[in-house]
Every structure is written in structure tokens, then in C-alpha cells.
Write a protein that binds this ligand. Sequence first.
Ligand SMILES: [Zn+2]
Length: 272
Amino acid sequence: MLLLPTRLLFAFAGMGAAISFSGCATMDSSDAGPLAPVRGVVIDAGHGGNPPEASREECWGAIASSGFKEKNGTLAVARKLRSLLSQQGYGVVLTRDSDRFVSLEERAAVASRPEHRDWVFVSIHFNRSHRKQRATKLSAAYRQPRGFEIYVMPRRGGRSTVGARASSGYATVNDSRPSNLALARCIAERLDAIPGTTNRGIKEAWFVVLRSCPIPAVLIEAGFLSNPEEGARIATEAYQEKLARAIADGIRDYAARASVYAADSTSTRGRS
Ligand SMILES: [Zn+2]
């Protein structure tokens, strides 16, 4: 969950504004815009470490009723994702590969390295709702929000742009709007295919890790730890593996579309 101080996490935002969803397969070139080829993936496991390096919220993230911490789930999925993507020949770098605190600026700085110019950035989180649990445990599973959502940068000139820039002090370097959206759609389509998941849509927010990334970037809230049933699933290795596979497949779908585009534009240039 991203309930960090606004100073750190998002410099304010049009958070929660869902944007229209259409799948990776149905995306046409006007949806996707010019996509750059993908040579590697910066995988960002949300949170990490322990107080007093930062607040409990920043370090641990959301916590399931079992005590399972978001920071451990994000790292588990990140490592599985690394292994899947490496097998497929992608370059892969993790912003953290251990239980340690990494600032948002450091995370974005990894994505900003010149050698990652043709890469994409995927940040992994789990969610939490503050809705009070009432009644029985059985009904709580149904009352509590569940499902995944994927965040991208708001469109330029969007409602929150001015306020965000004025209040944050963070420069916005991400200028990959069509690519962000295409990547989010491809991953959402694969996550949506996991039995039992709920697709809460693609949303927009000025998260620091998104806005400070010079490459296509998405932030995945892969499920609600606060939902008893979903929280229990997220803590299992089998489900972490499913999530990692879906994300890897989504990245591959995106990369395939990007390379088709690159081939098209090359041949177009060749003809003219
Ligand atoms: Zn989080």
C-alpha cells in the first residue's frame, strides 16, 4: 500500500481516477502510440527494511491479518519475476534484493541509468483498505475490497498536473504516456486471467517512482492484503508465482507489440 507521507510518495494526485480499459490484444497502434523495444526490466519491490530507517508504513507497507507484510510479498514476486524474465532473455535489475529500505528517489535513479534507456520499470505493491471489518469473518472477505489495480502517470495537462508540480518539488521526467498505458493494459490483461482475481482497472497517480522514471513505468497494486481471503492467497508461494508469471507474460506481450512497431517503423523508413 502506498500510504506514505505525500512528501515521499506521491506529490499529490488524481488518485483513484480509473481510466478506460481495453486489453493488450485489442490495442491498436493509435492506442499504443510509438512503443520502444524492450531490452530489460527494472523490477521495484515496494517497501523494505525496518524502522527507524523510515516509518513502519514506509518499511513494511500493508500487513495482512496473519501478520504477513507487504514488503515480503513484493520481494518474493520481484524475485520470481526476475527469474522468469531472465530465462526469456531480458536484462533484469531489482531496486532491492534484500529486506532493506530504499528511498523512492533511489528506486527511480536505478531506472534513470543510461544503460536502462530501452527498459521498462515495474513497481510491485499490495494494497490495503481502511474499511472497518464488521460482522463475521466469513462476510468480511466479501465486504473488503479485493483485486488488482495498475497505476500510470496522469495524462499531460490532466486535472492534477498544476497542483502536483507546484506542491511537490519533484521534477516530472516521465514522458512515456502511451507506453505507460500500453504496458499497464498488457499486464492487466494477464493478471485478469488469473482465476479469482478482480480487475479494478488502470488508474492515474503522481507517484514519485512513476513520475521520476524516464522510461515506461507502471505501479501494480497486485491485491488487497486487508481482504482476508485475498490476503491469505497473496502470502502463498503458489499465488506469488502466478502473479509473477502474469506480470512476465504481460511484459512480453507489450514487448512483442513494441518490436512489431519498431519493425514497422524501420521498414517504413526504409521505403521512404
Ligand atoms: Zn505499497
